[in-house]
Design a protein around this ligand. Sequence first.
Ligand code: PLP
Length: 428
Amino acid sequence: MPFTANRQFKAAPRLLASARGMYYRSHDGREILDGCAGLWCVNAGHCRDEIVAAVKSASEELDFAPTFQMGHPLAFKAAAEVAKMMPAGLDRIFFVNSGSEAVDTALKIALAYHRARGEAQRTRLIGRERGYHGVGFGGISVGGIAPNRKTFSGSLLGNVDHLPHTHDLEHNAFSKGQPAWGAHLADELERLVALHDASTIAAVIVEPVAGSTGVLIPPQGYLQRLREICTKHGILLIFDEVITGFGRLGHATASEHFGVTPDLITLAKAINNAAVPMGAVAASTSVHDTIVQGGTPGAIELFHGYTYSAHPVASAAAIATLELYRKEQLFERARDLAPAFQQAAHALADAPYVKDIRNLGLVAGIELESRPGAPGARAYEAFVKCFEAGVLVRYTGDILAFSPPLIISEEQIGRIFDTVRQALSTIQ
Ligand code: PLP
């Protein structure tokens, strides 16, 4: 099973049998309030009629169409709709099937871009410690979560370096929203440029808000500084928005939220409410044109793509989802709910074992003191207690993470954090 302690799970399985709106139903018939939008992805809530209908009708109309040297209308319509939600200038969309594929695709586009410009020696990729960019070899190379790398590090994890992460509880514990401390850590990029020389560096990739490592919010001014340094040295900036894309921070993208425009954005998950696997890369017009105009007419410009790129059913789900986000103004709703969400999360500051709480938009992390000799055990037990009490939260290490569907009510927000408080008071 993916990222699962197989033997532990099989001894006491947790099965989700159905879902609707804010709730899952477990195999033993219990309602489970979804505090993490599945896996940060079901932003419009579960089994929405509009998306179900779109999936059904696309399945009946066009089950599959190749997109190599071919196309189909839903692919181009979905691309146009995604582009409309991207920051101005990032209007070229390449579809894939997951966040991991989006990351590998973005890294390859960065290399192709520099080669097309006559700078083929720019091959180094810079990620960040504690970054999560999926599980492809590209993603784990630039990723910075040690257990995801160490088993696989012998073979392909090559020409990369990493920025330091921005997490320091001495300076930014219990920050509400963006921490005031830490923008200077972006200057570490200048150090890496001095070390390797800009002429060898293709791209920097970061999650604007790091999710999977346990919710790290960027310090004020940090992303702006990264942008400036990348621009100065001709390095492409990639925002991995697989989690932050489509409303999590109250805007279509984190780029829009922070007012920082990268050259490439990776997307997945909420792009179609996770109804069908899909991801995408949004590229700037200039990156696109450099690659496409730089090629020989009649020849393939980018040797890359997947059988299921822009799958008709996934494309239909994306079109219906983006329409639903707009119609129900779900990004605005997330923005409006953010203060209540922040208040409810930070109310746990005095709960047992809590050593940090951090949040932005509709995402929050609660970091616990680790049990001596058993890192991760406490958060795992809290997660199990919450599940038994009918609330789904996520845990990573000793951090609990929260990212509910954007349709959540204030009362449901209260219930999630009350349940966590209760769980923390019953574990050791
Ligand atoms: N990038 C980020 C920032 C993610 O959070 C994730 C998944 O959580 C991925 C990439 C990988 O996405 P997937 O699991 O769809 O391959």
